[in-house]
Design a protein around this ligand. Sequence first.
Ligand SMILES: [Zn+2]
Length: 279
Amino acid sequence: MKVLLGVPSADYEGEARTLWQELTSKVSPFPVDVSDADLEVFHGRCDDLLLTGDEASATLVFDVDALPDTTRRIPRLCLGQQLFARPHEIQLAVLLHEIVHIRLNLGRLRKHFSRGSQLEEGVGYQVVLGDEIIFAEARNRVAFGLLGLVDEIGVDRFMATQYAWLSTDYWDARHRNFYLDAQLIADKDISLSLRPYAAFYRLVALDLGLMVLKASSSRDQLVARRAEYVDALATTCDEETASWLERSRIKLLAFDPIPIEPDPDAYDELCERVLALTA
Ligand SMILES: [Zn+2]
């Protein structure tokens, strides 16, 4: 299976190839069944990263060699410029994180991935005007962020149980950037109907941190912040929504990423519920 690896420019190709080779020789079995010869490096714009500002991303794309057969998908990873400025151990861990996303998209979360692509396509065609566009943009961001939660839960649980060698620097960075401060959208852009869902996202990220982090100082911070979001959630939604979200939280955090066979659940109900909200 071909794998596409995007780098910001030709200057980074050598470094990216070395990183890939180091990872494929270090990690055995590799999360995805590929050989070094399958790697195809491309340079330039990676839209996924421009949109999110992340340092790396992973998805499945149409295989241009197979078109017009659009059922065949291949992995595409993108590495942003800022990743190359990070310590080597973190670069390796971030690349591995993205490869585990690919493993899940091809296997355990296959149904979730295709449902997500359908939802995204559908949303792209919605026509909104005036003030509604501002609300619709915020709503879509919250909806798709929530759709991605199960992926992050799967990747982190997989990494935490399978790769004990990962550096504490990697988990510290994850703690700062995601568990402690997961934010889908600026507070000023969150309208009333979206508030419980934005708080829910943060709550689940905090719970995920508590599942995978071992350092007690990090855990204490997560516990303190968690109390804030439990309150935020309680004050922004009605009882029906609160108990629906609680069931959803338990289900998401119980996602088991280890089996390889596809999970029959698409984990899309949160996203759909948010997409159906009105301003
Ligand atoms: Zn991720």
